[in-house]
Ligand binder design. Structure first.
Ligand code: UDP
Length: 357
């Protein structure tokens, strides 16, 4: 805890209301940072799209049309915004009340808040939640990094590397409330896959592992791309897999903890991979492609296995070696490196540095 409580204004992602899963890992990240900042005595207000369902945190709901997700656009596409944009509305609200806060924290992966930074009186910390996907966004991130040193935060070095910044940035791993995840020493003969069902997440490789190994796969997460899902169902008629829907954290960990491993089969440079630390918290080893954030979370041979990207035989081999992993070591890794306290220390330090405290 710092000597003086901070007054923090968190501006959420404009791709969906909080609690819907449309925002992916950003939702849990925002929730956990907010929770921990309040616990530490800081004052906090969250600005989020209307329809946000978290009752336990102070949320100002802002109406407007949602932003389309960056993953669905081409790298050279121009920046687009709908009429009555919730992104624009949230930032207009932030502009009006900024004097009541010390620091604004931006959780949107969007051009507008970065562009607006010099027009605000209060400093803005930008937490960038994905790797480089858009030339226009890359350019404005570079510009802000140069003009406002230290205000750009990434989740992993691999993610940061996709932006090729020469300027200073912060690298902030996520964290979770480990007490919400129960340790399970004796898993069932099943595997887990958790994430948004969308092509960049590579679910088909995990289904393929289920088919080859005959180990049932439990799938959880927001169904973001229906045709992609239908294609997988058609292509793997003999694999044993089951889609359980988008579950609450409590329900999700009940399933994950009974699995032998979590499979992470992403095609893109995953910025972090919240689901990796959630699995570890249950004592579940993570088998992941050696790509992006998960490669900085998983200790190969200790808390799971890192596999050559896109190699299904590599995944199958890792599954066959799961007995080498001690599930207590997995849980301990979450407790020490990815706890709420560790998360709070990282973010508090970042905020204080920006404010020169
Ligand atoms: N998640 C959830 N319920 C589910 C499946 C996933 O709440 O049934 C959450 C999970 O806790 C995680 C997020 O969805 O916070 C996925 O985030 P991740 O960082 O793994 O990937 P992203 O979606 O940001 O690419």
């Amino acid at each position: 805890m710092t000597s003086k409580p901070l007054r923090l204004l968190f501006v959420s992602t404009p791709v969906g209301p909080l609690g819907t899963g449309l925002g992916g890992g950003v939702e849990l990240t925002l929730y956990n940072i907010a929770q921990e900042m309040i616990r530490r005595g800081h004052q906090l207000q969250i600005v989020a799209p209307s329809g946000s369902t978290w009752d336990s945190l102070p949320i100002v709901q802002i109406p407007g049309n949602l932003q389309i997700i960056a993953q669905s656009q081409e790298r050279t596409d121009p920046i687009t915004m709908p009429e009555n944009s919730v992104l624009a509305n949230m930032w207009d609200y932030a502009r009006q009340i900024q004097s009541e806060y010390d620091l604004i924290v931006n959780f949107a992966y969007d051009w507008l808040p970065l562009y607006l930074t010099p027009f605000f009186q209060r400093p803005i910390a930008h937490l960038i939640s994905m790797g480089s996907l858009s030339n226009a966004l890359d350019q404005i991130i570079k510009q802000v990094a140069k003009q406002f040193p230290g205000t750009i935060g990434f989740h992993s070095l691999a993610q940061a590397a996709t932006f090729t910044l020469d300027e200073q940035f912060f690298c902030l791993s996520n964290g979770i409330d480990v007490s919400q995840y129960e340790f399970c020493a004796q898993p069932k003969q099943q595997l887990a896959w958790v994430g948004r069902i969308s092509p960049e997440k590579g679910l088909e490789d995990a289904v393929s592992v289920a088919e080859i190994t005959n180990i049932p796969l439990k799938i959880m997460g927001k169904l973001q791309d229906e045709s992609y899902w239908q294609q997988i169902c058609q292509n793997y008629p003999n694999a044993s897999f089951e889609y359980l829907g988008f579950l609450s954290t409590s329900q999700m960990q009940q399933v994950v903890r009974e699995c032998r491993a979590l499979l992470m089969t992403h095609r893109w440079v995953e910025a972090f991979g919240n689901v990796a630390i959630e699995a570890l918290a249950c004592g579940v080893p993570v088998i992941s492609y050696r790509r992006g954030g998960p490669a900085e979370i998983v200790k190969d041979g200790k808390t799971g296995f890192l596999v050559e990207p896109d190699s299904i035989p590599g995944l199958v081999d890792a599954v066959s070696r799961l007995d080498e992993i001690n599930r207590h070591t997995c849980r301990a890794s979450a407790e020490t490196e990815f706890s709420l306290e560790a998360l709070g220390d990282r973010f508090e330090q970042w905020f204080m540095q920006i404010l020169n405290f």
